[in-house]
Write a protein that binds this ligand. Structure first.
Ligand SMILES: [Zn+2]
Length: 407
């Protein structure tokens, strides 16, 4: 048994509901707190001295300076396995060039596909682990990672194998998702429906066979896959036993409705979701995932987080870290900025990057500091937890604990 503390404050997030709006007076804050853990799980969170007296044999991990502790964060939507770099896309877009002009000059998503295809597994593993370590340094210990820059059997499997291999080198929990339906690759001979059928026939059975992912994602958008072909694809993927998640309503509305109708775990993006569909989504079990990093990367509006919460939806916030539209990767900064634009309470933001985002990945064993949960937590050198969001990502995590152990 191990007792970590004392902390000036522990923000447990215990007893907060899975859905709907939250006011900050609902936050449980334990002053002079300690976290008692054993075998990777939390045994108790309470006053440090009380825990110490009651558990005299517990090993003490002493926290010397004034620090606060929070549940470690979950980033439920990333594309951090990729080759190449698209800094020139960013510069061109900001200089007023169109999507088509950027694509014609060798940029766009196809550029990431080409760079990812030529990269070796070792190269991809190295850069993916560097990005994982950056996320851990922010206090993120659960990370979803998508394929989607391979776009053929060989390279989609390569990406997913790299993600699987990366799990051997990190204590963070990695959750792989097959996003072969990111867009139809330029070199595929056939239409969209034929490409989706190719994924169902050629890619997904191998993903299952090698146990590379149990989640399937699709980008439903005018420039990618159309609503009805996507619905058919998702129903079939679900029949094969995959969990579903959808890139929905980024530029045009309608696809969040499909996500809900097929029983997706999450509908992500939602920048263009219309009010009627917000209500439909918010009354479902599908998690709405806001991706402020994509809004910041593209200069587009933010996802309607406030409306989703007010309609009693389940709101999570993720980074969408990718080389094109969301290159920043700093979920804490992005969540804090989303809060200022969407008027989110501190409790709503913290819930959105902890237990609510973990729920979107089917992981209900984490994201709160309470008995029985996974002992993943992050500490900050400050006397007030509000500083974490107030400083908009510039207050760095002091220590990150996974399974009760400092890493
Ligand atoms: Zn994405």
């Amino acid at each position: 048994m191990k007792l970590t503390g004392p902390f000036k404050q522990i923000v447990t997030l215990a007893n907060l509901p899975l859905r709907g709006k939250l006011s900050d007076d609902k936050l449980e804050i334990i002053e002079n707190g300690g976290i008692l853990s054993e075998n990777a799980k939390i045994i108790d969170v309470a006053d440090f001295d009380v825990l110490k007296t009651a558990n005299p044999t517990a090993e003490i991990e002493n926290i010397e300076e004034t620090q606060v502790a929070l549940p470690a964060f979950t980033d439920a939507h990333t594309h951090i396995c990729f080759g190449g770099n698209r800094a020139n896309d960013f510069a061109m877009r900001n200089a007023g060039k169109t999507y088509l002009e950027i694509a014609e000059s060798g940029g766009g998503i196809w550029s990431s596909v080409q760079h990812t295809r030529v990269a070796s597994e070792d190269e991809l593993l190295k850069t993916t682990l560097e990005r994982i370590n950056f996320l851990i340094s922010l206090g993120i210990t659960t990370i979803e990672i998508k394929s989607g820059y391979g776009l053929n059997v060989e390279n989609e499997l390569k990406m997913l194998r790299v993600i699987k291999k990366a799990q051997k080198f990190t204590k963070a929990t990695l959750v792989p998702t097959c996003l072969s339906a990111h867009l139809k690759p330029r070199d595929f001979e056939g239409n969209n429906e034929e490409y989706l059928q190719y994924i169902l026939n050629e890619i997904l059975p191998k993903v299952k066979e090698e146990n590379l992912a149990n989640r399937v994602d699709i980008f439903i958008e005018k420039s990618a896959f159309q609503p009805e072909e996507s619905r058919n694809f998702l129903i079939k993927a679900k029949e094969m036993g995959f969990e579903i998640t959808v890139h929905a309503d980024q530029f045009t509305p309608g696809s969040s409705r499909i996500a809900v109708e097929v029983g997706a775990k999450s509908a992500d993006h939602l920048e263009a979701t219309i009010d009627e569909d917000i209500e439909f989504l918010a009354s479902s079990e599908t998690v709405a995932i806001a991706l402020p990093g994509a809004s910041l990367g593209l200069g587009e509006k933010f996802s309607p987080a406030r409306k989703i919460l007010d309609k009693n939806g389940i709101l999570a916030i993720a980074s969408d870290w990718n080389p094109g539209s969301a290159p920043m990767g700093n979920l804490i900064a992005q969540a804090a900025i989303l809060a200022t634009f969407e008027k989110l309470s501190t409790a709503e933001v913290l819930a959105g990057i902890t237990f609510r985002s973990a729920f979107a990945l089917g992981l209900e064993d984490r994201g709160k500091l309470e008995k029985g949960k996974k002992a993943d937590f992050v500490t900050f050198k400050t006397d007030n937890f509000q500083n974490v969001l107030y400083q908009q990502g510039s207050l760095k995590a002091e220590s990150v604990f996974i399974d009760g152990e400092k890493i």
